[in-house]
Design a protein around this ligand. Structure first.
Ligand code: ADP
Ligand code: MG
Length: 700
């Protein structure tokens, strides 16, 4: 089958619905997809039957409400289509009610205290804006119904519900903006997202020899291999055969499910790769990214490989992130982030830009928080990923415009892209983009979209987009409030653009985001620098955040508090698992190996001396002494770490526990690692109990 036939073959798409639904029901669904609203029970029954028949033809035996609880990954509970027809016979059934709503026993999902376990009800409800699809897994062929997950009392318990609310808020406010400029055709504005997904691939048999990879998804020990990424020979390099076979199968699986996997290449670090789809509506992009991550893991296993989505699987080489490319377009196809040929003559664009500057500056801490997860703490600000400071990169053209507007109140000209002349006669003269790129910026304008580069590779992109949509909606709302009332629109518009830009110019930074100078400069500008997840969590419950989200009906205060609680808990639990894994590996693997090594050296000294008393045994003695000293350090750190973990079990306050992990547990983890990594450099390879970095990243 060619790519065109494969693509979307497992999606219950609009075109499948057009073929399989009666006209009246199809029209009802189509209207809902465009303008929202509720599905009638009658139509739900008709859709459910058509969906089931389609799925069964494709071999499906089960269906599931596929949802996104606060664990950050997806959840599913399979139910077969079987229904009892009496007399020992079975019929197949999926009713409208079953399609629209499910009720998983929700007591074991994180809720941050929103719901106690004896009120365990949670409901999943079909998100009609994200198409149902079929997943072919070893457990069977499963019809997946993308769903939201809410509590009995209606609080959101997932990442999708707030995202959908934020999209509605953005649409409502953005429509007010386009109306100001005389557009009376557009009825909806939609955020579009294309997430670039980075990942590592290692050999499964080696992976299985490392408890740290198995339990935590990253290496907690490991001395650097003699070669890292310094030759820059991995980036865009030729894809190794085994990886290529994996990528091929991955693409086919993703295409079947309607995911436009399009770009694939080797990334900077050895064994690191990237996949990017073509952008689509924000909620579908979120769903598809979850599905992409899950499929990467599944297909890798089929190739005897393991896909590591952790933000920092290996120390000393780059970690993985997810570039969240985001733009907003009307249903009439106009991208509000498209500057056009002469952005200085495009007041709507300038207004939108000034609103985004305001949104990002006003809510920098919240945006930073939206990209916080435990793994990302090991990556942000480490000279390979954006710093933990939010700033915007605009590039020459827009930077110049902002400058002109801030100084003169308006912009009279735009810098345009120059010609790129190579001097080689056979190569055509090319038109350059008006701006170069800046890899170090967390939030960069790239032609007709913004690229939020802070999100972690394993994280859902839902939160980042919920925040982005909402803060921009809020800036739009304030602008619309002011401009709708204005007597002299042109004047008010120019004043507002200039004011937004002047007040929020500090958020623009076009220089090297990895430099220490920027950290200092940002501090002078008063920009928040929230280095770790525990520092970022309070932004979620800050008064301005609560006001923002409550205004647009996205989160209540209680929901935000519960989410903060879940984040603290996740930080503590994840760190404790890492600490216990280290204690296990040190005690069961490394310390015994080092003792064997020391004994081997001692034997060597003794045996050499008795065989030849005047022989020089100083090398063995040196190794013996160094290993013994480091062993002492490792053992001390291990004991301190164990004591810290023990102390943790006596605490109750979520915030306090997370801080204790951040300040104390992580510190002892680092001490233990340093000692063991030094030992790795000394101890014989044949005694070292786990595969090394070199084995893991260069031998796939
Ligand atoms: P790169 O930034 O690596 O050069 P691209 O800019 O081509 O790559 O695209 C990166 C991602 O951004 C892709 O997923 C692409 O589909 C997406 N993208 C491109 N244009 C837009 C847009 N207008 N809105 C949202 N995402 C977009
Ligand atoms: Mg990009």
């Amino acid at each position: 089958m060619g790519i065109a036939e494969i693509f979307g073959s497992n999606v219950f798409s609009e075109s499948v619905m057009r073929q399989r639904l009666p006209e009246r029901e199809y029209q009802e669904v189509k209207t809902l997809l465009q303008s929202g609203g509720q599905l009638s029970m009658h139509t739900a029954d008709v859709v459910a039957r058509a969906m089931m028949e389609w799925a069964v033809e494709k071999g499906a035996t089960h269906y599931t409400h596929w949802f996104q609880p606060l664990t950050g990954i997806t959840a599913e509970k399979h139910d077969s289509f079987l229904a009892n027809a009496g007399e020992g016979r079975a019929i197949l059934k999926l009713t409208g009610k079953q399609l629209i709503m499910g009720e998983p026993d929700a007591s074991s999902f994180p809720t941050g205290g929103l719901r106690s376990t004896h009120y365990a009800r949670g409901y999943t409800a079909w998100d009609i804006t994200s198409p149902a699809f079929i997943k072919e897994i070893s457990a069977g062929t499963i019809l997946c119904i993308p769903s939201v997950f809410v509590s009995y009392t209606g609080e959101s318990l997932d990442n999708k519900t707030p995202l959908l609310h934020s999209m509605e808020a953005l649409s409502e406010q953005a429509i007010r903006i386009v109306r100001l400029f005389g557009d009376d055709k557009a009825v909806k504005v939609t955020p579009y997202v294309g997430p670039e997904q980075e990942y590592f691939i290692v050999d499964k048999s080696r992976y299985l020899q490392r408890r740290d990879l198995i339990y935590t998804g990253r290496t907690l020990f490991g001395a650097p291999a003699p070669k890292g990424q310094e030759l820059e020979d991995q980036y865009f390099g030729v894809i190794r055969e085994r990886i290529g076979a994996f990528m091929h199968d991955l693409n086919v699986e993703l295409w079947k499910m309607g995911i436009t996997a399009t770009t694939q290449h080797n990334e900077v670090a050895p064994a690191q790769h990237e996949l990017a789809p073509i952008y689509c509506t924000c909620n579908q992009a979120v769903d598809q990214n979850q599905l992409t991550m899950e499929t990467m893991k599944r297909v890798a296993t089929q190739h005897g490989l393991v896909c590591l989505l952790h933000e920092k699987p290996f120390a000393g080489v780059n970690g993985s992130g997810k570039h969240n490319n985001w733009s907003i377009s009307t249903d009439t196809g106009e991208n509000l982030l498209d500057p056009g040929d002469a952005p200085n003559e495009n007041p709507r664009f300038l207004l939108v830009l000034s609103c985004i500057m305001k949104a990002v500056d006003d809510y920098a801490a919240l945006l930073r928080q939206s990209a916080a997860n435990v793994g990302n703490d090991n990556r942000l600000g480490a000279d390979e990923a954006p710093p933990a400071i939010i700033s915007i990169f605009l590039g020459n053209q827009l930077d110049d415009l902002v400058d002109q507007i801030c100084t003169k109140g308006s912009a009279s000209a735009s810098i345009t892209g120059e010609k790129l002349v190579t001097g080689v006669s056979t190569i055509p003269v090319l038109q350059k983009d008006a701006t170069d790129r800046n890899r170090t910026s967390p939030f960069a304008f790239t032609g007709n979209k913004f690229e939020f580069r802070m999100v972690g590779s394993s994280d859902s992109i839902a939160n980042a987009n919920t925040v982005l949509n909402t803060i921009v909606a809020d800036a739009f709302a304030q602008a619309a409030d002011e401009l709708e009332r204005a007597d002299d629109f042109e004047r008010a518009l120019n004043e507002l653009i200039a004011r937004n830009m002047r007040e929020h110019k500090r958020i623009i930074f076009n220089g090297d985001g990895y430099s220490q100078a920027w950290v200092e400069e940002a501090a002078k500008r008063g920009l928040p620098n929230l280095r770790s997840m525990v520092d970022a969590i309070p932004a979620l419950t800050a008064p301005e955040t609560v006001r923002l989200f409550e205004t647009y009906g996205i989160f209540t205060r209680a929901e935000l508090e519960s989410r903060a609680e879940v984040m603290y808990e996740t930080y503590t639990k994840t760190t404790a698992i890492e600490a216990r894994t280290m204690i296990h590996m040190a005690g069961k693997h490394f310390i015994p190996a080092v003792v064997r090594f020391i004994t081997r050296m001692a034997d060597s000294v003794n045996k050499t001396r008795s065989a030849c008393p005047e022989a020089d045994t100083s090398v063995q003695q040196e190794l013996l002494t160094s290993a013994s000293t480091l062993l002492r350090q490792a053992s001390d750190a291990n004991k301190d770490l164990a004591a810290a973990v023990e102390q943790l079990s006596g605490m109750e306050n979520g915030c306090q526990m997370a801080h204790f992990c951040h300040d104390t547990v992580v510190h002892h983890m680092a001490r233990l690692r340093a000692a063991v990594d030094s030992l790795e450099m000394i101890v014989d390879k044949d005694l070292w109990p786990v595969p090394t970095y070199g084995d893991l990243v260069f031998e796939v």
